[in-house]
Design a protein around this ligand. Sequence first.
Ligand SMILES: Cc1cc2nc3c(=O)[nH]c(=O)nc-3n(C[C@H](O)[C@H](O)[C@H](O)COP(=O)(O)OP(=O)(O)OC[C@H]3O[C@@H](n4cnc5c(N)ncnc54)[C@H](O)[C@@H]3O)c2cc1C
Length: 458
Amino acid sequence: MIASSHIHIIGGGLAGSLLSLHLADLGHTVEVFEKRRDLRSASAPGGRSINLAISARGLAALERIGMADDILSITIPMRGRMIHDLDGSTHLQPYSSNPDQFIRSVSRADLNRKLLEASAQYPGIELHFKVNAESVDLHSRTPSYSRSLENGGTESFSASQKPDVIFGADGAGSVLRRAMVEQANLSVDTSFLEHGYRELTIHPNLDGSPKLPIEALHIWPRGGFMLIALPNMDHSFTCTLFMPHSGSVSFEALDRPDAVDSFFQNQFPDVWTLLEGLSEQFSANPTGHLGTVRCPFWNYGGEACLLGDAAHAVVPFFGQGMNCAFEDCTVLRQLLDDLPESWHTALSDFSANRVADAYAIADMAISNYIEMRDLVNDGEYKLRRLLGFELEKRFPDRFIPGYSLVSFHTIPYSEAKARAEEQERLLRDLTAGKKEISEIDWLLAEKLVDQSMPANPR
Ligand SMILES: Cc1cc2nc3c(=O)[nH]c(=O)nc-3n(C[C@H](O)[C@H](O)[C@H](O)COP(=O)(O)OP(=O)(O)OC[C@H]3O[C@@H](n4cnc5c(N)ncnc54)[C@H](O)[C@@H]3O)c2cc1C
């Protein structure tokens, strides 16, 4: 059994703050080092995305630490995708045939703030803000920290105690991962999409009412690019435009206010009228990059370990990056609850357990981008989707659509991916040459489901 240890967590974002609660709950002392200012004492700083979709895996992780109800109270249900066509017509595609299954929108800053509030109250957790991990010497297990000063300078910062274990929850540009690459022969594959993103806000009406239906994730799919909008508690919406960095239709091409204005007027006429101060917003906000980090091991000798985006940044199109980071905490907690003999055993099992799942959700997230921007309005795709829901109703123990496996179940991502691929083959076979659901051969469907779908995913 692991003795009570002193832990350093680099990064007090979503994964780091949740992890601190789990480790303190197990009797370890924890210091969290966060380079940004304390979210609890200041108005929320601009993050990479202002709101996030949380689903089963994220909620299960919060439930495990007794915080699910508290967090649910600051979420907005999104029951389906509301598709906005170029002519202004809309239709809602529910996320599931089961009306109780939907995803939720939550403010990244409010979620992080609540987790930090819980950490701050927990005995054994010490939070340090405006403290940056500059580097980590893995051989001596020594991180070097600096603190930002009010005058803009920095000074070196000493932790209360040397760590027994260091966790890197420091996001996609992780300093701990860099140390593992430089000092432990870790080879990491980082690939960037040719698409980036930029955020814009739709404010509520003057009477406080929302300008779009609130309980939906809105999508304006336009082939090579798309706009999405998620609701906020104050009835505003955070819109995100995803498009190529360069080329004829790109961020690079939108280099003047009139170009931005006419692009939105032509491509998103219904939302163009809702976006106040569009060109000012557009030029004030930066363009973010979207990348995938594939890292083949996360544990360094039971003394240092990566998790969250530091271990597996994924593109955001399945809404799973944070859900996956939270699930990391659940999986690690389960392994620690099983009373392993050492940190080395626990962390090497964690890494061995989880890498394949992280790779699986990385692949699925890229496929979902194509689905969201290109396929949601495609007739064959819509028929396959409808059939998927129908098969789920008829064979609920055997057929669960891929989106639901990821968002409403907690089976490992790698199993969800394998099942979803098998189901997609089946849907393609059953819909080949068909236009309507009434043309489906249900006897054949039953036979194929019976043959190829194992029962009872969790
Ligand atoms: C546009 C966009 C939309 C997204 N939408 C969703 C969604 O809908 N659903 C979903 O589940 N996920 C979504 N994600 C992914 C999600 O944001 C990430 O997966 C999640 O934030 C990962 O949490 P993390 O704590 O591992 O990393 P981060 O959130 O990046 O947190 C890392 C923390 O470490 C700190 N830090 C970094 N370096 C240092 C250092 N050297 N020293 C000290 N502190 C440091 C940072 O300040 C930060 O607070 C989206 C991402 C993007 C870009």
